[in-house]
Design a protein around this ligand. Sequence first.
Ligand code: 8OZ
Length: 367
Amino acid sequence: MSSLFDPIQVGDLHLRNRVVMAPLTRNRSPNAIPRDITATYYAQRASAGLLITEATAISHQGQGYADVPGLYGTEQLDAWKHVTQAVHAKGGKIVVQLWHVGRVSHSELQPDGGQPVAPSAIAAKTKTVLIKNGVPTFTDTSVPRALDAAELPGIVHSYAVAARNAVETAGFDGVEVHGANGYLLDQFLKTNSNKRTDDYGGSIENRARLLLEVTRAVVDAVGGGKTGIRLSPVTPANDVHDDDPQPLFDYVVRQLAPLNLAYIHIIEGATGGPREIADRPFDYEALKAAYRKAGGKGAWMVNNGYDKPLAEAALKEGDDLVAFGKAFISNPDLVRRLREGAPLNAWDKNTFYGGGEAGYTDYPALA
Ligand code: 8OZ
């Protein structure tokens, strides 16, 4: 039986252990450009088997929050290059999470102050963060406009361009398609946010179409061995809900199986919250079985509320990788602490989003 601390080959990537740093939004990139402290932050955590960056916008239209980074400008790519170099200098591996927020945005963050875009013109009952007079301020998201089907190829292309630039210019080891947490691709998947009557709405096949087109385009751009995807079948994050998620996600992973992805990353339950949701049951073992039965060979990565015993139990059940979120914020040396059974530093919620080094690069490692 493999342990959390054994190496593993994941697509093109050789990982030194199975402990993954989950993507974590930190809002410390003014003008969408990561600063030097971001290179320090990721390099401090480079002993993870794999680092997944915070969600990173593939286009200006894909931006939804103040001070989150992007991948669509030269300065952004140059800044990320410093991050990947710092991580590689420590022997780490890092992929970037490709993000389009869809309707979870505000006109102030959009090109020319326009409306955010979505499958349908239905506002998300959720907040975003704007900076008002220098102060991060929770603000209702704007009412989106429904995307015209003729705009979708351009969005697919933006993902592919961002993926290629991420690998070829910024030096990332790969990319993760953000298909989770109520952002654009998840909005297309789910019944409460997608009321379209064209080829991108209605049936499961239609609602999954954009996510699959995007993933295929990213695979064409950088290769399946450098591509992962994150899914959250039942999360209520950002006001998404599906009437029948099991057949939807079973279909999605069956379609992903032939793409030879590096990994499938599943958020179990409510993102950052309870692993079980009473009125949203879901069978994750059945999902994994559907992927394997369809010939899917990618690593199976699980996430949400894991500690060491739960992570070890997951590996025993045939999962391959475990992604830890908040514990990695407050423990740069989380891998060592888990291995040695050392106590973990507590995290400070007040410094999750925005600010500088406090609560970012100043959590102590073991001596
Ligand atoms: C927390 C705050 C803002 C964004 C996600 C990208 O949930 C996020 C996110 C998380 O995937």
